[in-house]
Design a protein around this ligand. Structure first.
Ligand SMILES: NC(=O)c1ccc[n+]([C@@H]2O[C@H](COP(=O)([O-])OP(=O)(O)OC[C@H]3O[C@@H](n4cnc5c(N)ncnc54)[C@H](OP(=O)(O)O)[C@@H]3O)[C@@H](O)[C@H]2O)c1
Length: 267
């Protein structure tokens, strides 16, 4: 069933910048009512003012979604303001670019917290609000690495695989409540994500400059919501890699291992 976002109450995590902020702009233009969530109060309030000036109903709800107390408080405020929700977009996330051997336990835990535990609990706490929503949906923004794990994205790939697993299992469970569960797998996107990596010791040339703009990625997410598409791959690199991996997984393993050996031939 196609979906219209006009008048829909949409909670977007990670709305202070990057894809989340651009998605908020697109949803506001389409007439949605928005709950903007991230830690940076100033950035969120700036965006809420920008959208309100355009006639949209957008409110900033600053919160660290990895913190139980802040999440509980967030949901109390959302309930007071919107009563119910129609769409939850789990977009907040962060990465680390390093070989596992150069990382540490803190990075694994940090990425699991923001990329997996936080969206999982956001979903649990949203279900009672989504149950009575209008064409309700949960939209999880994972990554291409959630389907094909990549060297130097080890902890990140693991956290996004966990999110993909949760998404697939929930899709069946949420049918009970008529809540659609959508998955988006973006490839390289030019956002502040790259400035906020936990570690940046990977050696490959990622070609970030060839990535999508956050506007293109946000447009892809909005289209997934409107068309109610179960799984959406965004970006040329993600399409290329996931297709190659689907048909030739052994070749991909071999190519990646060969590249790692070349890059690490000198220590
Ligand atoms: N950029 C890429 O190439 C790429 C590729 C594939 C997938 N993705 C995924 O796409 C999503 C959006 O990424 P992006 O590129 O737009 O990244 P970004 O520009 O770094 O934005 C990340 C957002 O998450 C928020 N956030 C981080 N930790 C948080 C926390 N503890 N509580 C609440 N909010 C938090 C940040 O806001 P505050 O710092 O203000 O909290 C920010 O708004 C992420 O899930 C990312 O993993 C990105």
């Amino acid at each position: 069933m196609k979906r219209n976002v006009k008048g829909k109450r949409i909670l977007i995590t990670g709305a202070s910048r990057g894809m989340g902020a651009e998605l908020a702009r697109l949803c506001a233009k389409a007439g949605a009512r928005l709950a903007l969530v991230a830690r940076s109060k100033i950035e969120l309030e700036k965006l809420a003012s920008e959208l309100t000036a355009l006639g949209a109903d957008a409110k900033a709800f600053p919160a660290d979604i990895t913190c139980n107390i802040e999440r509980d408080n967030l949901f109390r405020q959302i309930k007071d303001h919107f009563h119910e929700l129609d769409i939850l977009v789990n977009n907040a996330g962060s990465g680390s670019w390093n070989h596992f051997v150069d990382g540490n336990e803190e990075i694994v835990r940090q990425l699991m917290e923001i990329n997996f535990f936080a969206p999982a609990e956001m979903i649990r706490q949203s279900i009672p609000l989504l149950e009575n929503g209008d064409q309700p949906a949960i939209v999880n923004i994972a990554s291409m690495t959630g389907r094909r794990a990549m060297p130097s994205w080890t902890e990140y790939s693991a956290s996004k695989h966990a999110l993909v697993g949760l998404t697939e299992a929930l899709r069946g469970e949420m049918a009970r409540f008529d809540i659609d569960v959508l998955l988006v797998l973006p490839g390289l996107t030019i956002t502040p994500f790259w400035e906020n990596l936990a570690l940046k010791t990977g050696r490959a040339n990622l070609g970030i400059e060839k990535g999508m703009t956050p506007q293109v990625a946000a447009n892809g997410i909005l289209n997934a919501i409107l068309s109610n598409k179960t799984e959406t791959v965004l970006g040329w690199d993600a399409h290329w890699m996931l297709r190659l991996d689907k048909f030739f997984p052994k070749l991909v393993n071999w190519l990646l291992a060969r590249r790692v050996k070349q890059l690490y031939a000198t220590r």
